[in-house]
Write a protein that binds this ligand. Sequence first.
Ligand SMILES: C[S@@+](CC[C@H](N)C(=O)[O-])C[C@H]1O[C@@H](n2cnc3c(N)ncnc32)[C@H](O)[C@@H]1O
Length: 200
Amino acid sequence: MTVPDRPAAPARSPERAQLSLFARNFFKHPRMLGSIIPSSSFLVRRLLSRVDWEGARVIVEYGPGVGTITREILRRMHPEATLVVLETNDDFVDFLERALPDPRLQVVKGSAEAVQAELQRLGLPAADHVLAGIPFSTMPAALRERILTDTQAALSAQGSLLIYQFSSRVRSDLQRVFGQVESDFEPFNILPARLFYCRR
Ligand SMILES: C[S@@+](CC[C@H](N)C(=O)[O-])C[C@H]1O[C@@H](n2cnc3c(N)ncnc32)[C@H](O)[C@@H]1O
């Protein structure tokens, strides 16, 4: 009697693999991630509606995670533009390097406060946009201050910082460093997100 072959385990979809990698890292570093799942498509669309896709040539993203926003930036951005992503988590850096082989993308293992040094190292001019979903409210105040002031210095004269957060706590720091801050809100996200837009 022949034993029938065992059915192969169903292959995991790329989306499920990303969710699982993100969730596993949330349990390892809850304060660094701030959320158990990546941003919703509603939040991504709302955030990216503020980007000047025609004009932007240097875009920076802090904390790309598994690339939920990164993919959409690459989909929309100019063929001659460069996207630099700064990520502190080794698992996410490895994943992004393998999952997004786009010559316009520079994946940097490092913290957001290295933005100016990294733009210089890569021979890039000041950034047109910096997008950030890193957990400003739970990081030490001195680090938050360094990241905000370095970001301001890394932006071009017309450049802007676009932030999404799960609390409004960073708002007063943004006001102090950037002056004017515009606010927005996206309810369709886990957790509902506050958005802040600042010009240099
Ligand atoms: C809420 S997750 C956002 C992930 C992804 N951008 C999204 O929208 O789904 C925050 C990310 O920021 C990263 N992160 C935290 N602090 C950072 C820092 N100082 N510099 C760069 N990345 C940081 C974390 O490792 C994590 O990937």
